[in-house]
Structures are given as C-alpha cells and as structure tokens.
Design a protein around this ligand. Structure first.
Ligand code: NAP
Length: 252
C-alpha cells in the first residue's frame, strides 16, 4: 500500500475530487480526516469505506473559518498521533462576471474559501510539521484557470494566489523537508458548476471559446491518481511543482 499509516487531512471530501481522493487514499491504507460542511455525505463516505485498510474520521468544517481550519489539523493529530499530508481541495467557482460587473460579495466569498482556507490550514499544518521535525507534505488543488482564461477573474485570481502560496511554502521549507505541490485540473466531471450560481452571460460568452477547445471532461479519479502520487513517498523529491491534469486542453 502506498499510503500505509499516513495521517492525512482532505478538505472538500463530500463530493467530486475530494471524495475520490479520500476513497483512493483509504484503499491505499491512509488514515484520513475528511472535511466538508455536509456531514451526512461524509458519514456516507465513512460507511462506504469501512472495510478498506485505512480509516475515515468525519470532520464537519467550513474552510473559510479559522477555527475549522485549525481544528481539522488538531483532529488528525489527536486521532492518528501525527500529521503527514494536508490536501487543500475544497473550492468554489465565481460566476464568470468580467471585472466591470464582478461583485465584492463574490470576491470575498471565493477568496475566503479558495485562498484564506488553504492559507490558514497550511499555516497550522506547517506549525505541526516543524514541531514533528520530520518534514511534511501539502497538496493544493488549483486550476488551469489560474493561468488561462478558463473561468472568471475572481476564480482565476484565487487559484493564482494559491499557486503563489504553494511555491513560496515549498521554497521556505525545502531544508525542513516540507513539500508543497499544486494540482491544476482542467475540466473534470464533478458538482462544481453548482457553486457558480447563475453564470454571467457576458463572461460565459467570452470564455466559451476557450471552453469549446477542451477535450472530453476528465474524471475525479484522474485527479485522485495524481494526488496519490504526490502524497506517496514515490514523489519524495518533488516540491514546488505544478502538475496540470487537463487532457492537453491548455497545451496551446
Ligand atoms: N471540476 C472542475 O472542472 C475543476 C477544475 C479545476 C479546478 N477545480 C478545483 O477542484 C477542487 C474540487 O472541486 P470539485 O470539482 O471536486 O467540486 P465539487 O464537486 O463541487 O466539490 C467541492 C467540495 O468543496 C467543498 N466545499 C466548498 N466550500 C467549502 C467550505 N466553505 N468549507 C469546506 N468545504 C467546502 C464541498 O463540500 P461541502 O459543500 O459539503 O462543504 C465539496 O466537497 C476545487 O478547489 C475546484 O476549484 C475543479
């Protein structure tokens, strides 16, 4: 098993990529704290995986709240005696509104969940990693929208900020053995569109030319496979890297 005895926190575990990551990680022997707001979905995931080699601890939390970001890390240490890997996967989209009619409300909400949450969780995780004294591992789920116009400006900015936080963390802690890498998915079949609300017609119209270049959507498992590699010791000398998982969409 590739993750036997590893203690891992995964956010956004109630759906899509986060759920697929937890499923694969637990099958590979990991002990996972699964975080999201919808407790009933996390409970169902725990039940689904009860006979697998690893374990699932349900942790209801909202990553835009400092106390929830810190308590999920504390929970991993309390339950499993240590923290090995943090996966910041929870995220939402904006409504694709071009900046002239983008709202403050959307900006703050997207930034709180997509940037502040990972920031607060990474800070707490790095404090624990430094205390443990034997390195650590962070995987942040960004988007090709951080580099290409595949979503709205607020979403792109939030994911670009996440990339920058990740690279800085990899750099700052390379000597302490704390790794930090980014997965940048392309179009993946999940429930993410629901987080957009009603897309802005003008913004969606402009972005649709880029969307029309995309190959068939990928699966949440495609992202989980990449996360497994980054979480495992097979990638132990890889840090400060960004891996696109987009079927070639943004290779232009
Ligand atoms: N699907 C794509 O095409 C695509 C492409 C590029 C990047 N991404 C990124 O991939 C990541 C996963 O998205 P997905 O596609 O798997 O979407 P999804 O199916 O909508 O899943 C999103 C997850 O995030 C959780 N979440 C949302 N807000 C949260 C909050 N405030 N606190 C805690 N958890 C929260 C949701 O759980 P609750 O609602 O239960 O809290 C859910 O488990 C996101 O960061 C997204 O930006 C997706």
């Amino acid at each position: 098993m590739k993750l036997g005895n590893k203690s891992i926190v995964v956010t956004g575990a109630s759906s899509g990529m986060g759920k697929a990551i937890v499923e694969l990680f637990v099958k590979e022997g990991a002990n996972v704290v699964a975080v999201a707001r919808r407790t009933e979905r996390l409970e169902a995931l725990k039940e689904e995986l009860k006979d697998e080699p690893g374990t699932v601890v349900v942790h209801t939390g909202d990553v835009s709240r400092l106390e929830d970001c810190e308590s999920m890390i504390d929970e991993a240490v309390r339950q499993f005696g240590k923290l090995d890997v943090l996966v910041n996967n929870a995220g939402i989209m904006d409504d694709m509104a071009p900046i002239a009619h983008a709202s403050d409300e959307k900006f703050r909400k997207v930034m709180d969940i997509n940037v502040y949450g990972p920031f607060a969780a990474m800070r707490k995780a790095c404090q624990v990693f430094l205390e443990q004294g034997n390195g650590g591992n962070i995987i942040n789920v960004s988007s090709v929208g951080s580099m290409h116009q595949a979503a709205g400006p607020v979403y792109g900015a939030s994911k670009a900020a996440l990339n920058a936080l990740s690279m800085n963390t990899a750099f700052m802690y390379m000597k302490e053995g704390i790794r930090c890498n980014v997965i940048a998915p392309g179009g993946i079949q999940t429930e993410i569109a629901a987080s957009m609300g009603r897309p802005d017609a003008d913004g969606y119209g402009r972005i649709s030319s880029v969307l029309s270049m995309a190959p068939a959507p990928g699966l949440a498992q495609d992202i989980a496979n990449c996360a497994l590699f980054l979480a495992s010791d097979e990638s132990s000398y890889i840090s400060g890297d960004l891996i696109k998982v987009d079927g070639g969409w943004t290779s232009f």
